[in-house]
Write a new protein. Structure first.
Length: 162
């Protein structure tokens, strides 16, 4: 299976935008792992366990981190961009331009890992529908239920050989 990294990103203080943090905490508890790291310097790097990293946003420096893994799953919130409440899909490295300077996609992270470091992990994205994006660090009831389901999706993926 190789080394695995699960990267959650979003703003924990904007309700459902922080769903990735909640998913990673549930995952850590379910697997008996330490809570998610807040930066890549805090990753425990235990070969037989997935590393969990939670960030406010993706940035170019993440390419160096993910290049050291065999597979990576990016977890975030979506606002209805996908028909599914929970979207779990394989992604390929591909540069994607954004009109926002603070926005970088998982596909761009993979492309940077390939371009800068010559290696790219198998990439997945797990996107959970958010319903409320106010100023709070708790999830809406609907997204909290989806977070439980998303955690189970991750547990299944971690047990697979994908």
């Amino acid at each position: 299976m190789g080394k695995t990294l699960v990267v959650g990103y979003g703003n924990l203080d904007r309700e459902d935008d922080g769903v990735a943090w909640h998913v990673l905490v549930r995952l850590a508890e379910g697997l008996g792992l330490p809570p998610p790291a807040q930066d890549s310097d805090g990753l425990p790097q235990v070969d037989d366990q997935p590393d969990l990293l939670c960030l406010l946003q993706l940035d170019p420096g993440l390419a160096e981190v993910i290049a050291g893994y065999d597979r990576v799953c990016f977890v975030d919130a979506h606002t209805g961009a996908y028909p599914q409440d929970i979207r779990f899909a394989h992604i390929e490295g591909q540069f994607q331009a954004s009109p926002f300077t603070h926005h970088m996609t998982p596909e761009t992270c993979l492309a940077l890992a390939q371009t800068l470091h010559g290696c790219v992990p198998n990439g997945m994205v797990l996107s959970v529908k958010g319903h409320q994006f106010g100023f709070s660090n708790t999830l809406s009831p609907a997204t909290a239920e989806l977070a439980e389901q998303a955690t189970q999706v991750l547990i299944g993926w971690l047990a697979s050989q994908e």
